[in-house]
Design a binder for this molecule. Structure first.
Ligand code: NAD
Length: 256
């Protein structure tokens, strides 16, 4: 149990990668606080599963596109030891047809929300002399694919943000790092298949094999649990000198 006594908020943890990271932290003894949308009954089951001492984990349905809701969530969550900015969204369209409200939402959730949670979490971490800030970026923080202008911009941006925070906090005991997965088999990926089919005129199988897995030399989707394990590593004492970094977990995608 590496994380007993630590309090961790994972944004976007009602499904996919965030849920796997929350499960991994919980398995190491952390008190996990959840955020995200979804079916009320399913979220209640997750809260029960990830509670401590027979209780339920806290869940905030804060919409991270709203700075006021973020402020309320952070105030109610209280001081954190670990903050994982993971909530994210995608929209796939050519740049000249990209809906401007989608641009604002992708940048707002993938980048600006992390600024707000981070600025609100840092003072308590700095006071304590220990903290872990982890941002879920993407292989698209290092490379680009067409039709994902907002997503690529947001993920490149979160790396720059993370590096800056890491430098500002370098002597405080607080680290800040990104994890950059390749394609992970979650709802976010499943949801963009129809749009990619439309944008590129391909079948579902062609999108999976010729667009998504074509990027990953291992020819395997990353599993959410693998990302959870990397998040736990970054929370270890031994990772205290790992800061300002961007860890790829992409089946070799960005090695090419
Ligand atoms: P997902 O769609 O399964 O989960 C997204 C989570 O964010 C959910 O809990 C959802 O409720 C929450 N969320 C969405 N909008 C929100 C909002 N406005 N406010 C609060 N919560 C909100 O997605 P995922 O695939 O698990 O992706 C998680 C992160 O990983 C994202 O940042 C994504 O960009 C990144 N990522 C995913 C992949 C992949 O292949 N799935 C690859 C690289 C990076």
């Amino acid at each position: 149990m590496l994380l007993t006594g630590k309090r961790a908020l994972v944004t976007g943890s009602t499904s996919g990668i965030g849920l796997a990271m929350a499960r991994a932290l919980h398995a190491e003894g952390a008190e996990v606080i959840l955020n995200g949308f979804g079916d009320e009954g399913e979220i209640a089951t997750i809260c029960q599963e990830l509670g401590q001492n027979g209780g339920s984990a806290k869940h905030f349905a804060a919409n991270l596109l709203d700075a006021n809701e973020i402020e309320d969530m952070m105030a109610d969550a209280g001081p954190l030891d670990i903050l994982i900015n993971n909530a994210g969204m995608q929209h796939v369209a050519p740049v000249d047809e990209f809906p401007t409200d989608k641009w604002d939402a992708v940048i707002g959730l993938n980048l600006t929300a992390a600024f707000h949670t981070t600025r609100l979490a840092v003072p308590a971490m700095r006071d304590k002399g220990w903290g872990r800030l982890i941002n879920t970026a993407s292989a698209h923080s290092l490379t680009a694919s067409p039709f994902k202008s907002a997503y690529n911009a947001s993920k490149h941006g979160i790396v720059g943000f993370t590096k800056t925070v890491a430098l500002e906090l370098a002597q405080s005991g607080v680290t800040a790092n990104c994890i950059s997965p390749g394609y992970v088999w979650t709802e976010l990926i499943k949801g963009q298949i129809p749009d990619t089919m439309k944008a590129r005129g391909l079948s579902r199988e062609e999108v999976i094999n010729d667009v998504l897995l074509a990027k990953q030399p291992t020819k395997k989707f990353v599993q959410p649990e693998e990302v959870g394990a990397l998040a736990v590593f970054l929370c270890r004492e031994e990772a205290g000198n790992v800061t300002g970094s961007n860890w790829s977990m992409d089946g070799g995608w960005t090695a090419e």
